[in-house]
Write a protein that binds this ligand. Structure first.
Ligand SMILES: Nc1ncnc2c1ncn2[C@@H]1O[C@H](COP(=O)(O)OP(=O)(O)OP(=O)(O)O)[C@@H](O)[C@H]1O
Length: 321
């Protein structure tokens, strides 16, 4: 009953399509009496098998979101479900199991993803030990994963003898060791040069395509965000826009790549206009909405625009453009 009430308050439908579903997600941090709202009612749905990028300015809430989805942190309010696990209701034991089995995680700092005194293969086998998988199976799966990620040649080497890109590809192997449903990667190419980033991204894509794991990558790297079908932008703790990319083949047989930007409409019908739109047209405080048969027009507030023009005239500033 309490669960139903919470869902009603959070506005979460009982079942919603998607392996990852965040609804009206809120995370407030309290430090020394100061409250920071890192997530302010974030909505996000990721379908099973998808590979998406999450982008946004520093401090917009990306790492907070990943911390919650990977089971390391607990939201203050709202709803978050991953592969049927309710992340707000999970008890300690289920949380531990969830972190070991349901999700995998790759961090930006190459050195934090691997244990320095274990070989690449032993690093990949370690999570399987915790999951109780027998030794022969552990070794075989570790080798399969390292081969798939093109780091089979690194299996007996310790991380200090591997390049940054090799370490991150081994880390993707570790994150996939227990056949997780979702792989979260927080700036996995942040410390790498372009060519190496490309190899790491290719390994993530291979994990997505060959292992079927759903992938959510937080990135500042345009090379990564422009190569996935969907990029979600977070602004002020909410999803604000999405870019959807498609590849189609024209009549002449040439591949055509298209990318379209969409604003995200939340459950209450709110949407956030991109900053460059509001600045270009001086949209502030209120706008006029006009419902047309197939779209909604958003117009500057005429009275405010006139007042601004008058003020500029009075100041001798000339007409506004
Ligand atoms: N443990 C914490 N205690 C207090 N405030 C926090 C904590 N973690 C994050 N914050 C604050 O929450 C907001 C969102 O931070 P978050 O790290 O999620 O942003 P981000 O988009 O990942 O940024 P970056 O790209 O710089 O990593 C920031 O204002 C940050 O200072």
């Amino acid at each position: 009953m309490a669960e139903l009430r919470r869902r009603a308050v959070a506005g979460i439908p009982r079942r919603e399509a998607g392996l990852v579903v965040c609804a009206n997600l809120v995370r407030i941090f309290q430090t020394e009496g100061v409250e920071v709202q890192a997530l302010q009612g974030l909505d996000l749905t990721v379908a099973e098998g998808e590979m998406i990028a999450v982008v946004g300015a520093s401090g917009s809430g990306k790492s907070t979101l990943l911390g919650i989805l990977s089971g390391q942190d607990v939201p203050t309010a709202g709803g978050a479900e991953v592969a049927g696990h309710d992340l707000l209701a999970m008890k300690r034991h289920e949380r531990l199991r969830y972190r070991r089995r349901t999700v995998g995680f790759v961090l930006q700092q190459t050195s934090r993803n691997l244990l320095p005194y274990l070989s690449a293969a032993e690093n990949v086998m370690l999570p399987m030990t915790y999951a109780g998988i027998r030794r022969s199976r552990r070794r075989a799966r570790a080798e399969e994963l390292l081969d798939l990620l093109s780091v089979g040649h690194c299996r007996d080497r310790t991380p200090d003898t591997l390049s940054g890109g090799e370490q991150q590809r081994v880390a993707i192997g570790v994150a996939n060791a227990n056949e997780p449903r979702v792989l979260f990667a927080d700036e996995p190419t942040g410390q790498l040069d372009t060519a190496t980033s490309d190899e790491v991204f290719a390994a993530l894509r291979r994990a997505n395509e060959e292992l079927g794991v759903t992938v959510v990558v937080v990135t500042h790297d345009a090379l990564v965000s422009e190569q996935v079908q969907r990029t979600v932008r977070i602004r002020d703790g909410r999803t604000s826009t999405e870019v959807l990319r498609q590849v189609s083949t024209g009549e002449d047989g040439v591949e055509v790549h298209t990318a379209e930007e969409y604003a995200v409409l939340d459950r209450s019908g709110r949407l956030q206009l991109p900053g460059e739109f509001t600045e270009r047209l001086h949209l502030r405080k209120r706008v006029r909405l006009v419902l047309e048969s197939d779209h909604v027009g958003v117009w500057p507030d005429e009275a405010a625009r006139r007042a601004r023009a008058d003020a500029q005239d009075a100041a001798g500033g000339g007409p506004e453009h």
